[in-house]
Design a protein around this ligand. Structure first.
Ligand SMILES: [Zn+2]
Length: 70
């Protein structure tokens, strides 16, 4: 499961998100990071976002990193 069109609030760079789910797990494990590491992004210490959650917006710091859907 790959989400497109995620944008970093810090640098307006494109982010990719990958969710993996093994057979026994009820929730997917996410990894969200910059497509291309930016030279300077104030949110770099927060990335990549990694964690287990039903929705990408539920990851720690997601509200600070991901732009909100219009
Ligand atoms: Zn960024």
């Amino acid at each position: 499961m790959i989400h497109a069109s995620l944008v970093c609030q810090g640098c307006s760079g494109t982010l990719y998100a990958v969710a993996t789910k093994d057979g026994a797990a009820s929730l997917p494990t996410w990894k969200v990071d910059h497509d291309h590491t930016p030279p300077a992004c104030p949110l770099r210490p927060l990335l990549p976002l990694e964690g287990t959650a039903a929705h990408i917006q539920e990851l720690p710091h997601a509200e600070h990193v991901l732009t909100q859907p219009a």
